[in-house]
Design a protein around this ligand. Sequence first.
Ligand code: PGA
Length: 252
Amino acid sequence: MKLSVFQSADLAANYVCELLVDRIKVFPSSVLGLATGGTTVPLYNALVKSFREGEVSFAQATTFNLDEYIGLPEGHVQSYRCFMNTHLFNIVDIKQCRIHFPDVTAENLSEAGLAYDRLIEDAGSIDFQLLGIGRNGHIGFNEPDASFDAASGIRELSETTRADNQRFFTAGESVPSHALSMSIDQILKARKIVLMATGFRKADALARLFSSQYKLESFPASALIDHHNVEIVCDSEAAINLDLAGHEVVCC
Ligand code: PGA
């Protein structure tokens, strides 16, 4: 795994923005796997800035988001569709018909997960997959002890994840217990994976990922160690516990 460490979360975000913009410039019809969460906000701000400055167009890009909560009313401000609309989709020139989320309105949610996998495969799989990481090592909503071989589908959120995400919800409103998530198997089919981690709260998970020698279902992010093209992009706070000896590291 390549590791790039930046002095701040904004610098890390600007770097990932550059990676994405460069990719889209060369391959305008790229298939992008997108993530949500606090870590990604500075990245989407940087992408919007690039778009407004005329550096990049999303007109031919296709996107697949990693996950969506089950059970929130349509248009709920904490739905991931709403997050993406606010931070990127409503601002840039992406075509609505090329934006994809797991269909949490479907009657059969397990089938909706399988249909999502088929849609991604029909699009030729993901060229560039963006990931965050949970404090418990989740990627997407693939929580500890979920099978690495499971198809995309319903996932139960762990208590850690629900507690972490409670900060986005108003008092008295609870984080949904379940989500539809892209599977680990599907994530690993992406041609390039960039995992972002910022802030001290991610330091332990990042150190565990970086030192992983075996894939363990109890630590979902460890599935990434077998992938040939993974780059971890973090800030100095998230990197604080890393043992960098013997690794390829770019520090900026
Ligand atoms: P965060 O979430 O960016 O809000 O910390 C990341 C994740 O849980 O994958």
